[in-house]
Ligand binder design. Structure first.
Ligand code: PLP
Length: 386
């Protein structure tokens, strides 16, 4: 046993993370993660759960009672919202302007919803006029879903306007804020968003595998009127609510990932300390420096219009004749710097440079610009040798 304890921990390379997530984790959050575990029904853990819910309400700008972290990645947050709200036969309008809109469509289809899609070119925000036209043509639609910040393209959609249209047509909204939470202005209550999910490893800079979710009263009413129980046991909000809610007996549902919740709490406290507005402004301001630097190198952004361009995820076009994968591999191997590849129709054509949460710092902007410049202008050492 003593021998086992004295063995060195197997170490992995230390990377600068500037891809589409996970982002770098602040040392304070890593320290919180490494605290000794406590029981998931320990009174000390129960009070931490209450603190986390309050901090999440601040991050989402909501008073929703049902605001908590789903045990699972961002996709589990998506699955929670869809499986509870959407019933077989419901007409659901899904906006597709990137990978995550497609994933929403896939989930709604698997739930045997009657899916109507509206499409925008990758790199464009969701067009409110297309949503309005789709709802006019489908007055029986019950749910509208869209992605606030499309991480596959770097486009930010106007969630307030889209939700306003959905409400006029009596539809609930399911909104993906995985990349927008804490990185872009988001006001769940003021904008009237009904079921909203996020992820911890993007602008919250916490550990992957936790999905903050908030669900409002209108959505809860639809869930309470379901003709059949929710099709998944694990994501049934009614069951989960009895573990996460104040006043209830905190019945065991599943073992909460206690150490991940320690980490989430610490990253949310850091958001609270910085202040949401300051965090949004930091993401905007530091990304501007990155975009200026990329343009000065002669590179072009996929999303040109600055109002629709995300700061936390910058999609830049690969110049003609450049092997994009070789450049990424070089940054990773020679500089320990990760940037992201293009997905779907953008594969091979773009790089995705993340500035999320703790990764969103001037020193990282300077680093990625210097490394990219060198990789694009100098042959790699292996090529030079051969
Ligand atoms: C990353 C991401 C997801 C999925 O999150 P996972 O934690 O990978 O499951 C969903 N939507 C958007 C917009 C994302 O960026």
């Amino acid at each position: 046993m003593e021998n086992v304890v004295s063995l060195p921990i197997k170490t992995l390379p230390i990377r600068t993370l500037m891809g589409p997530g996970p982002s770098e984790i602040h040392p304070r959050v890593l320290t919180a993660l490494a605290q000794p575990a406590i029981g998931h029904l320990d009174p000390a853990f129960v009070s931490l759960m209450d603190e986390v819910k309050d901090l999440l309400r601040y991050a989402f700008q909501t008073e929703n009672r049902l605001t908590f972290p789903v045990s699972g990645p961002g996709s589990a947050g998506m699955e929670t919202c869809f499986t509870n709200i959407v019933e077989a036969g419901d007409k659901v309008v899904v906006a597709r302007n990137g990978v995550f809109g497609q994933r929403m469509e896939e989930m709604a289809t698997r739930l045997r919803a009657d899916v109507v899609t509206i499409d925008d070119e990758w790199g464009q925000p969701v067009d409110p006029e297309k949503l309005e036209a789709a709802l006019k043509a489908n007055p029986d639609a019950k749910v509208v879903s869209f992605v606030h910040a499309e991480t596959s393209t770097g486009a930010l959609s106007d969630a307030r306007t889209l939700a306003g249209i959905a409400q006029r047509y009596d539809c609930l909204t399911i909104v993906d804020t995985v990349t927008s939470l804490v990185g872009s202005p988001l006001y769940v209550d003021e904008w009237g968003l009904d079921a909203v999910y996020s992820g911890a490893q993007k602008c919250l800079s916490s550990v992957a595998g936790i999905a903050p979710v908030t669900v409002g009263e209108r959505a809860l009413k639809k869930i309470s009127q379901r003709s059949e129980p929710v099709g998944t046991w694990f994501h049934d909000l009614g069951l989960i609510d009895s573990y996460w809610s104040e006043g209830s007996k905190r019945a065991y549902h599943h073992t909460a990932p206690v150490n991940s919740i320690f980490a989430l709490a610490e990253s949310l406290r850091m958001v609270r300390q910085e202040g949401l507005e300051k965090s949004w402004e930091r993401h905007r301001h530091i990304a501007e420096r990155l975009v200026e630097g990329l343009r000065a190198m002669g590179l072009q952004m996929l999303v040109e219009e600055s109002g629709a361009r995300l700061g936390q995820l910058n999609v830049v076009k690969v110049p003609d004749g450049v092997d994009e994968a070789a450049i990424r591999a070089r940054l990773l191997n020679e500089d320990n710097l990760e940037i992201g590849a293009g997905l779907g129709p953008l594969a091979g054509k773009v790089w995705r440079i993340g500035l999320m949460g703790h990764s969103c710092r001037m020193e990282n902007v300077e680093r990625v610009l210097a490394c990219l410049k060198r990789a694009l202008n100098e042959p790699s050492q292996s090529q030079a040798i051969s």
